[in-house]
Ligand binder design. Structure first.
Ligand code: MG
Length: 282
């Protein structure tokens, strides 16, 4: 564990049972912090190995990102059907998994657990809305015992809907993992405007890029290497500064093969370092 600088650059990696290869990769990037992704099928008994490996590499895990068995991000109807806390048949299993992710985060010293909870209905009287709100309250209450935050990842809801949901849940450790690309990929709204609306609730961010969806019903936009999509990374960083965000800038890159992933992450680190240096001189 170590003190991180303002807007320290980090990289999200997905945990394997044996942490050595992932830790070596993080070291090769020269970063000092990471978000550790836990896929639904990962046996979480690897937590002690991860804790030791992170500590011996002097790497800080800032968040744990939970995903779940059976999720599919093919298009918007499929996301609605399969992702997060919304699909009724998976709720018990996924709530237990999220609780376990909070325990994992506590052990490795991470301050938050992030996840997609799925498409929350806008109608606050909808039975799915009420049930999901109660699930989020229980997860928050468990996380709070460890001093861990629970962060909802942006994407599926427009910012005002997410803000109203957070207020309705009413837990001080509930916030947002802001992913600007997801706002674009789902066509949910301009991410910079959304950042202004969500402001103080932003607990962590993903540095990810993407293009708006094609004009086909239910289609998602396509993720792009950082700096090559529609987000506008310079204005994203400027807006983060404006809302007072000082936490890590965690690079997330999905949907590409390992060689391309490593290349894109390297380019993303260079881009963020350059933008930070330019802002510091301004
Ligand atoms: Mg993300």
């Amino acid at each position: 564990m170590q003190g991180l600088k303002d807007m320290e650059i980090g990289v999200l990696i997905w945990a394997n049972p044996d942490p050595s290869a992932k830790i070596a990769q993080l070291n090769s990037f020269g970063v000092r912090c990471t978000q550790v992704g836990l896929r639904g099928d990962l046996d979480l008994s690897c937590v002690d190995a991860w804790n030791r490996a992170l500590q011996s590499a002097n790497l800080t895990a800032t968040s744990v990102c939970a995903s779940y068995n059976g999720e599919d991000y093919a298009d918007i109807p499929t996301v609605k059907r399969t992702v997060g806390f919304i699909p009724p048949a998976t709720r018990t299993e996924r709530e237990a998994r999220t609780i376990a992710a909070c325990d994992f985060a506590h052990t490795i010293g991470a301050k938050s657990v992030t996840t997609h909870i799925g498409f929350v209905p806008e109608d606050t009287g909808d039975p799915d809305y009420v049930t999901v709100r109660e699930m989020v309250r229980r997860v928050c209450d468990h996380a709070a015992k460890h001093g861990v935050n629970f962060s909802l990842e942006t994407g599926q809801e427009a910012a005002p809907v997410l803000l109203a949901f957070i207020r309705d849940v009413g837990r001080s450790n509930l916030g947002i993992n802001f992913d600007p690309a997801n706002m674009i990929l789902y066509g949910t709204g301009d991410p910079i405007e959304a950042l202004g609306i969500l402001g103080k609730h932003v607990q962590s961010v993903h540095c990810k890029d993407g293009n708006w969806p094609p004009k086909v019903p239910g289609a998602l936009g396509k993720e792009q290497p950082l700096g090559s999509g529609a987000v506008g990374i310079e204005r994203f960083l400027a807006k983060l500064r404006e809302i007072g965000y000082t936490g890590p800038l965690t690079i997330e890159r999905e949907g590409v093969e390992p060689v391309e992933w490593a290349k894109d992450v390297t380019v993303a680190i260079q881009l963020l370092e350059g933008l930070k240096a330019r802002a510091a001189q301004a």
